[in-house]
Structures are given as C-alpha cells and as structure tokens.
Design a protein around this ligand. Structure first.
Ligand code: ADP
Ligand code: MG
Ligand code: MG
Length: 255
C-alpha cells in the first residue's frame, strides 16, 4: 500500500531579492485509502507544497525529506515521480498547443505504465471514462487545454486521474471556478478513483464546498508555510463557520 511521507520540509522560491523561504517545516503522511484535505488562507504555501512534491524547478527544497514507499522522491526527475505513482493536478493547468488530448493521454499512460497501452482497449477505456465525466467526445481531438473552459480543464484533470490511476493524487484547487454541476461530476470522478481504496488523495482547497462531495479523513490547516492544526472532517465545518481569522496572526507574520 502506497505511503507518501513528508518530513520537516523546508522550501524556498527564487525571487528578485534572492531566495525566500515559503515552507517552514511541513510534516504530513498520506497513505493509500486516505483522503487528506489541506485548507488555509491564500498565500499560506499550499500550492508550494504541491509544486515541491511534483518537482517544479522553481521550488527548492532546502531541507527535509519526501518519500514514496520509502523511495526518495527528491532524487527523482519529474517524469520519474509520475512513473512512481505521483500525480499533480494543477491550479492553473498548462496549455499544450498542437498536441491532441488523445495523444497526450496515451503518451502520459505510456510513461506511467512503462509500455504503450494497446490501441483498441485504450480507445475503449478513454471513451468510457469520458462518458462518465460527461466530456464531449470531440474533446479528444482538441489541443491540450487550449481554449478549454475552467470546467473542461478540471474534467480533463480527472480524466487523467481515472486513466493513469496514480498511487497518490494531489489536487490543487480542483474546485475553483466550477459551477455546481461540474463540481458534482468532478467530485464523483474523484470518488470513483478513491473507491479502490488503493490510492491516496491530497485535496488542496481554500473553500469547504468540495468537501461536501468528497469526505476527507483528515483536515489540515496551513498558515505561514506550516500545518498549524489537524483534525477530522469536522474541522472543515469549523472552518466553514469561522473562516481563517484564528490563523491570521501566524499568516501575517510571514508576509
Ligand atoms: P497558496 O497556494 O496557499 O495560496 P502559495 O504556495 O501559492 O500559497 O504561495 C505562498 C507564498 O509564496 C506567497 O506569499 C506567494 O507570493 C509566494 N510565492 C509562491 N510562488 C512564488 C514564486 N514563484 N515567486 C515568488 N513568490 C512566490
Ligand atoms: Mg523545521
Ligand atoms: Mg494555491
């Protein structure tokens, strides 16, 4: 069973005034079968955590460790991380002009599975998943994310999740910009992916509304580049009622 283990992680980002420390000692363990929500005020470092795990070159890990099933994730290239079973759905997905969705997905699946999926079964698999996510079939011939609406980009992310079946999925603000119907389709997709119990989900969100569709086992509050409080699903209800005021002093001290 997969385990992502983050220990005392410190991460800096390069700025005009030199490196700035954003993450200040994050400890977090996500196991297969668990859903963790990370919540917190804007600028608290939630996206920095996801970029650091994914291996974004702008984010430098200055100390601490990240392991997946005991393997050193920080020693892996971005591709190796994907092959090892880590998946990051971005807050702002990139556009890839000239590359069709169907080619992109097959290339991604080839990279993750270590061999190209057989074309016949692959086409069937993609069609079925697209149907479940209520995605227009014409979508597969369009360029990756080019001209996609916010909702289409999010569905595309969940389509990748369904097809690639990563061990640990990190979803960063997957709920932002979704209307009620799209939120339901995307949440149902995540819940189907979770249903095997063999995968872990790290759900990063500023708002509690997606947590009414995807129930977290653990909720962590980020402020000032650290986890400042952890609890169960009930913590999300407290945050829904009280907001992040309680953590404002910690957050402001860092900005
Ligand atoms: P969140 O996702 O919680 O809103 P982020 O991780 O995006 O927070 O940002 C945390 C802090 O790091 C913010 O103060 C932000 O301005 C800063 N930061 C993040 N990425 C960069 C970057 N590439 N360059 C400069 N500052 C950055
Ligand atoms: Mg520390
Ligand atoms: Mg963010």
């Amino acid at each position: 069973m997969a385990t992502l283990e983050i220990k005392d992680l410190h991460v800096s980002v390069a700025t005009e005034d030199g490196p700035k420390e954003i993450l200040k000692g994050v400890d977090l363990t996500v196991k297969a079968g668990e859903t963790h929500a990370i919540m917190g005020p804007n600028g608290s470092g939630k996206s920095t955590l996801s970029y650091a795990v994914a291996g974004h070159p702008k984010y430098e890990v200055t100390s601490g460790t990240i392991t997946l099933d005991g393997e050193d994730v920080l020693a892996m290239s971005v591709d190796e991380r994907a092959r090892a079973g880590l998946f990051l759905a971005m807050q702002y997905p990139v556009e890839v002009p000239g590359v069709s969705m169907s080619n992109f997905l097959r290339t991604a699946a080839t990279a993750v599975r270590g061999e190209a999926p057989k074309l016949r079964t692959w086409v069937k698999e993609v069609k079925q998943q697209m149907g479940e996510l209520e995605i227009d079939p014409a979508f597969s011939e369009r360029s990756v994310n080019e001209g996609f609406s916010g909702g289409e980009k999010k569905r595309h992310e969940i389509l990748q999740l369904a097809l690639l079946q990563p061990k640990i999925a990190i979803l960063d603000e997957t709920d932002s910009g979704l209307d009620v119907d799209a939120l339901r389709v995307v949440s149902d997709g995540v819940n189907r992916y979770k249903a095997s119990g063999e995968t872990g989900v790290l759900l990063i969100t500023h708002y509690t509304r997606i947590l009414r569709h995807i129930t977290p086992d653990f909720v962590h509050v980020f402020a000032g580049g650290r986890i400042v409080e952890s609890g169960g699903a009930e913590l999300a209800d407290v945050l829904e009622n009280e907001g992040y005021v309680k953590y404002a002093a910690i957050q402001e001290a860092t900005t």
